[in-house]
Every structure is written in C-alpha cells, then in structure tokens.
Write a protein that binds this ligand. Sequence first.
Ligand code: UDP
Length: 408
Amino acid sequence: MVAIDEYLAIVGESEIDGIKQLAGLIKGEKVVHVNATPYGGGVAEMLRRVVPLAQSLGISASWQTIRGNEEFFSITKRLHNALQGDASVGISEGEWKKYHDIAEFNSSILSLDGDVVVIHDPQPLPLINFKKGGKWVWRCHIDTSSPNMGVWSRLSGMVNMFDASVFSMERYIPKDLEIQALIDHPTIDPLSPKNEPLSADQIEKVLLRYGLDPERPIIGQVGRYDPWKDPIGAIKVYRSIKSEMSSVQFVMIGSFAKDDPEGSEWYNKTVSFAGKDKDCFILSNLDGVGDIEVNAFQRGFSAALQMSIREGFGLTVTEALWKGVPVVATRAGGIPLQVIDGVTGFLVSNYEEAAGKLRHLLKKRWLARELGQAGMRHVRLNFLITKGIMDYIRMHIELVGKSKATAR
Ligand code: UDP
C-alpha cells in the first residue's frame, strides 16, 4: 500500500505535514465510494489510487462497484450522454423502472453504512432511495452544464435528496440544483504504474513491441472509444499532418469500460476509418495495453492530442502534461484548466488548427520541450493526488461537521 511519505520528494515536507495533520482530524471515519466500473475511465482510475491512500492515512475508506446487466448499462450510458447534452436521448417508463430496480437490488448487496457515502455519476444514483444513515454525496464527473432537460428533470429529484454534491467545474453545477455544491478538480497519482517514471529503455521496448519506430515523431490520443472523444476526428488531424510530414506516426489508445456498451461499436468504426495505414496504430486493452504501456506510449509522444467534444475533466491530458508532453486539445470540459494556450500546449477549435499546431511542435522540438516542462510544473502544483486527498479530507470535515472532527 502506498504511504503518504512516498510523495515527499515530489511535493515537499510542508504539504505532506499538512495532509497528515488534516487526516488526523477524521481518523477512523468510514467513507464508502460507489461507482459503476472497477476499470476503464477516469473515475475508476482515481478511486484505485485515492482509496488506498486514504486508508494509509487512517481513514476507513472503501470502494464498491454496482452490478448490472447489458440492458442496464445501455440505459445508464444514455443517461450519461443525456447529462452531457445529447437532446436526442429519451428513456421509456420501462427503462426508468429497470434503472430503479437494479439500484434496489444493489442496495441489498452493498454495504452503504459510511459516515460519508459517495455515489459517483448517474449509474448508482438511485441508491439514494435506500439511504439509511450517514451523509450522502453525489460526485458528478461529467459535464452537466447543458443537460437534456427531459432526463435531468427525472434525475434531479434524486440528486436533491443528497446532502451535498461535488462537480469537477463550477459551470457544471445545474442551475436548478437545490443542494450544496462543492468543486473538486480530479487528480492523478505520480506513483501509479500509469504515471511513475520510466527509463528510456523501457519506453523504447514498448514502442518497438507494438511496431512503432522510436526515431520518428509520434502523435497520440488516449481515451475511450466514445463519440464524445472524437476518435475519428483525431485520425483526420493525423492525416492532415501526415500529408506534409510523412515521417509522423499516430497512436490511439482506448480501453473498454464495463459500463460503456458503446465502446466496441466505436472501436470498430475507428479501426475501419483508420484503414490500412501502417503508421496509424489503433490499440486497446485487448492488445495488452495496460497501465505501464499507456505510460510508456504517453512518454514516447512528441505531442499529445485530445480532440474531445465533451469532457468531464480529461485526466488523459493531465497524464500527458505530467510526463512533460505538450498537449494540443479542444476547449472541452476541464481541458482549458490544464492546457494553458501557448504555455503548456495549444487550445484549438477545429481539425486544421490542431494539425497546424502539432506540425509547429514537431518542427520546433525546443518549443515542445519548453511547453512540456511548463505542463509538468502546472500539474505538480494543481492536479496531483496529494492535493486531491487534501480536498477530500476538507470536504469530509465540511460534511460531517467541524465540531465532530475537532472534538477528536
Ligand atoms: N485509459 C487507459 N487506457 C486506455 C484509455 C484510457 O488506462 O486505453 C485511462 C486514461 O489513462 C485515464 C482514464 O482512462 O486515466 C480516462 O480518464 P478521462 O478523465 O480522460 O476520461 P473518461 O474516460 O473518464 O471520460
């Protein structure tokens, strides 16, 4: 289990001391996290690291995932799309019932007896109907700034039953929300297999294993095969660069999450759009691309691309910046908090602009290095797990009440 002292060399003594002091105030408090999938996507990625770190600080944190069948996850993916603004989504009465029935089933098999119970995203949301005690928080990781109102009006009744809610960005807070809303930016763990330092040799081995040439430039996009991540658009950007710089290679890496039934469909669409180009690599966890491989690929990128149309926060951007890789990306979700235009990468509005900025970075390697270094500093100050755990404890204290925390 990772211990907080292991982060000393990265963030310094005063930050670590501050975390220990604050954690001492809530020692033994029981915090239960519930989400929809143990792997794939940013939420699982964060919980996998934050929960053990909280435990190592004396907090009794646990993480459980709900069970559901294909039909259930197809409903919840449509709820997710609707919350992100897809106006075409409609949910039938039968499907709403199914959504609630699965929550009822899960309430009978999960242990929801925390001092604080954190329900992540819409999939396990109706568990609130089965709340027995403790403070319940709805942690929404998606962009709910302009939701499909038909769907939101059905969900908001349940959201308003929570004691508090947490969003990744201020502007995601729905206008009609009646409960307290807190803001928490997601963070990454610099010591996880996804982000730990790798040697040049380790990076090269991974690139060679998948058939890439480490001597030639590599552009890459990491992200689930999902229409909101625009994988097809990312290939269009690569083709535009390739037409002028024939040496460039492109890698797309996407995993399949248990709660994302659209994954295979979009993977197939992407593979077929990529065609037979031998410099265009479309990879997934099914090709054996796990955390270490993602880490190595990101470190091997000359620049990273993120063409997302909608994004909750965009941890793949944080991960690339942390590795000293500049990022060219759209302004979706939390990306503009991370990609500071001209400082840690470039913000773009269309494929041609993205291709132009990437070409610029490939030609001016010194600039790519400079932006990458600035990106790393920006992540160190703002988006590491040490800051995340601090905010997590502060939120806990705010919810259970300072008096209880300081009475210990
Ligand atoms: N990820 C991965 N393998 C992949 C694609 C994505 O491990 O093939 C990880 C990625 O490194 C990041 C997370 O999944 O940690 C995606 O988080 P993000 O916030 O970017 O997007 P989300 O999937 O939550 O919408």
